[in-house]
Design a protein around this ligand. Structure first.
Ligand code: ADP
Ligand code: ADP
Length: 225
């Protein structure tokens, strides 16, 4: 069973067609990168999977259920954004535990799960810190831990590494790949960076002017660019 299916998905904003006739089956546990230039519809596609945008037409299923009209908070997806969006008045640990609190997980379990996830992203020991004092890479690790702490069925990543400098970005690509291999969850990762897609992806979906023009393993799309 596919974890996510998109069927003839379309999103229009007035005269602009942001996404046009996108159909793809994203497999349970795979890491799919949506790769394409700025304005090609990657982010809009991701936001429709998250439920942050409503499609103009087409259908979305998650784990076999039609979620096309389901609001974001009822979908078991979690999104990591480019600008990390941490809560500035909460500690690092409170940030990571936030989604668990919303789900009424008891306090002690929240702390344990949040601490374990901070360890996983190499931020163990930072729980009591003020997130505004962290570096960009550290903030993005905390944002990743916060999204993963709720055990989403699907993790959606919208250019999560694009604000980091090149060296850190390359390190974090490898870390993200390792985290994905550990967790075996479905990841959909949006990027305009071809090297990033080739480092991370099980499969790459190439987007151009709102359309998904090719989907395949990195070697396949590389041979037929
Ligand atoms: P990408 O993520 O590949 O950069 P986007 O999905 O952000 O592309 O945007 C695709 C197209 O849709 C662009 O032309 C963009 O300007 C347009 N678009 C995206 N969001 C909106 C919006 N809220 N209102 C109007 N146009 C939008
Ligand atoms: P990305 O490329 O990561 O999608 P954008 O800068 O394109 O980032 O979009 C950021 C926000 O601005 C999104 O919420 C999107 O819906 C909105 N947006 C993008 N393009 C337009 C547009 N042409 N008109 C209105 N809103 C837009």
């Amino acid at each position: 069973m596919s974890e996510i299916t998109l069927t003839e998905l379309e999103k229009r904003y007035g005269e602009t067609t942001a996404v046009e006739d996108v159909s793809v089956e994203i497999r349970d546990g795979e890491l799919l990168c949506l790769l394409g230039p700025s304005g090609s519809g990657k982010s809009t596609t991701l936001r429709m999977i998250a439920g942050l945008e409503t499609p103009t037409s087409g259908e979305i299923t998650l784990a076999g259920a039609d979620v096309t009209d389901q609001p974001a908070y009822e979908r078991n997806t979690s999104t990591v954004f480019q600008d990390w969006a941490l809560f500035p008045h909460k500690t690092v640990l409170e940030n990571v535990a936030f989604g668990l609190k919303m789900r009424d997980v008891p306090k002690e379990e929240r702390r344990e799960r949040a601490e374990a996830m901070l360890e996983r992203v190499q931020m163990g020991g930072y729980g009591d810190e003020d997130p505004t004092t962290l570096s960009g890479g550290q903030k993005q690790r905390v944002a990743l831990a916060r999204s993963l702490a709720v055990n989403p069925d699907v993790l959606l990543l919208d250019e999560p590494l694009s604000n980091l400098d090149k060296r850190l970005r390359e390190d974090m690509q490898i870390e993200l790949r390792e985290i994905h291999e550990d967790l075996e969850e479905t990841f959909v990762h949006v990027t305009h960076d071809q090297d990033e897609a080739f480092t991370l992806a099980d499969r790459i979906g190439i987007m151009d002017q709102g359309e998904l023009i090719q989907v395949g393993e990195p070697t396949e799309v590389y041979e037929n660019p």
